[in-house]
Design a protein around this ligand. Structure first.
Ligand SMILES: CC(C)(COP(=O)(O)OP(=O)(O)OC[C@H]1O[C@@H](n2cnc3c(N)ncnc32)[C@H](O)[C@@H]1OP(=O)(O)O)[C@@H](O)C(=O)NCCC(=O)NCCS
Length: 172
């Protein structure tokens, strides 16, 4: 494995909003090599490469839905649209499902995902009768993660009057 993946793993473990258990060097490199992640790197020469930004789309138990996850941009590169551009690129990828969700508490991630061109909306139990959040999360295999989010104080009610291409954002 290229050493850049281990370096990235180390950087990801220092981010409190990221789940280190889902971001080992093996997992993040596998996602990239299977066409389910995008990266930004710097450094001349193959072995001098360092990844400074990463974004993945994981499949869920329901193959129709993918999870946008492990959003990372190194501190010195933040605030320049790196995440926005990576999300654009990831959505265009052939292997990325049309319907997407993300689980996040990071304000910058939420700001980007909710931009009109991406159309993510906060979802909550009030989604019914349009759909049942509990049934949906069981189908996707994320019910144990969703359980702790529903009912959290910061959970937002969304405006569901417009079509958002089936993009849900669970905020906690
Ligand atoms: C989340 C993260 C990937 C964003 O990367 P980035 O390249 O800086 O993002 P962008 O520059 O594309 O966009 C940042 C947006 O967030 C907004 N933003 C930044 N801080 C914000 C805050 N505290 N509250 C609200 N919006 C905020 C910016 O205004 C910008 O929006 P704009 O393009 O409409 O002006 C980066 O901050 C990061 O790596 N954080 C640590 C890891 C993490 O927590 N990841 C999220 C896990 S879900």
């Amino acid at each position: 494995m290229h050493p850049m993946w281990e370096k990235l793993e180390k950087a990801l473990t220092k981010e409190p909003n990221l789940d280190a258990a889902r971001a080992t060097a093996l997992m993040i490199s596998d996602l990239y090599h299977s066409g389910r992640a995008v990266i930004r790197y710097e450094g001349e020469g193959y072995y001098c490469r360092t990844i400074f930004a990463y974004l993945a789309c994981r499949t869920s138990a329901d193959r129709e839905w993918g999870e946008i996850s492990t959003a990372y941009v190194r501190k010195d590169k933040r605030g320049n649209g790196q995440l926005r551009h990576m999300l654009e690129e990831l959505i265009e990828k052939e292997k990325t499902p049309k319907q997407l969700f993300a689980i996040s508490k990071d304000p910058a991630f939420i700001a980007v995902a909710c931009r009109p061109e991406f159309g993510f909306r906060a979802v909550c139990a009030d989604f019914q009768p349009l759909f049942d959040l509990y049934e949906w999360s069981r189908r996707l295999g994320i019910d144990s993660r969703v359980e702790g989010i529903i009912g959290s104080r910061e959970f937002r009610i969304t405006d569901l009057t417009e079509d958002n291409q089936g993009r849900g954002l669970l905020i906690h």
